[in-house]
Design a protein around this ligand. Structure first.
Ligand code: SF4
Length: 261
């Protein structure tokens, strides 16, 4: 598995992915370190050194104008070159909703998208930590995304603590309640084995209970693709992912489940 470097700019890619097609990435976080409310054992960027749930506790965030200018010039240049994106995707070096001007930036990104490339969707990859989602403007901004992909790797608080190692201010039950309150949600679950495992029958059954509560639009399951922070982790083989998919479908036949290998 390859190691991946932090994104070195505010706009990056495009990345070609099965989930998002041709996706232009937007990074609202510093370019020299990760800022996140989680410290996932499988994180492709290594362990989290700056773990916050309150943006005011973070050392720094990029200037909003710099991000908007970079997005504007990239979209303009892409249109001139005939390059189209399926999605403009908020992801980057940590949890995007921690950005202190998240709501304003989403509105500016939507305006730029409408001006330069109205066919592109707006996608958000979030860890579901909901640390800022109790703020009404942030929640309203999240609802504006065309595709909302939220993380859920564990179906109980013990495994949640072991896999995602959330900031102590984040409670599992609140995460589930928040996910339940959002419409048209895509849940992504990364399965791991080894030092920590969420691919046992028991762990999958707990996840299925959560899927039933959240009622997402679909579920995406996959395993390690990049070098994890904890090198003792193992990739879950495609055959096991297919078994997990079938187990989910047996319990929730109407739920679209996609396996990415
Ligand atoms: S939520 Fe994402 S960026 Fe944050 S630690 Fe987990 S995998 Fe890394």
């Amino acid at each position: 598995m390859k190691k991946i470097e932090l994104q070195k700019s505010f706009v990056y890619g495009p990345i070609h992915s099965r989930r998002l097609g041709v996706s232009l990435g937007v990074n609202l976080l510093p370019t020299d370190h990760k800022v996140c409310s989680f410290n996932c054992v499988y994180c492709q960027y290594g362990f989290t050194k700056e773990q916050v749930i309150d943006p005011s506790a973070a050392t720094s965030f990029p200037d909003k104008k710099m991000i908007v200018d970079e997005l504007n010039s990239t979209l303009l240049h892409s249109v001139e070159c005939g390059q189209k994106f399926d999605y403009i995707t908020f992801a980057g070096n940590g949890e995007p909703t921690l950005y202190p001007f998240f709501a304003q930036l989403v509105d500016e990104a939507i305006a730029l998208r409408n001006t330069h490339m109205p066919s592109a969707g707006l996608a958000l990859l979030s860890n579901s930590s909901c640390s800022q989602l109790h703020e009404q403007p942030v929640l309203e901004a999240v609802r504006k995304f065309d595709m909302k992909i939220f993380k859920l790797d564990a179906g109980d608080s013990d495994l949640f603590a072991k896999i995602n190692q959330p900031h102590p201010g984040i409670q599992f039950d609140r995460v589930i309640a928040l996910l339940r309150s959002l419409d048209r949600l895509i849940i992504q679950t990364l399965f791991i084995d080894g030092a920590v495992s969420n691919c046992t029958d028991k762990a999958v059954e707990s996840l299925i209970i959560c899927y039933k509560i959240i009622r997402p639009q679909s579920v995406q399951i996959y395993s390690l693709d990049r070098e994890p922070a904890d090198m003792r982790l193992k990739k879950v083989l495609p055959a096991r992912l297919e078994q997990i998919k079938n187990k989910i479908l047996k319990e929730i036949p109407s739920l679209p489940v996609e396996v990415y290998t």
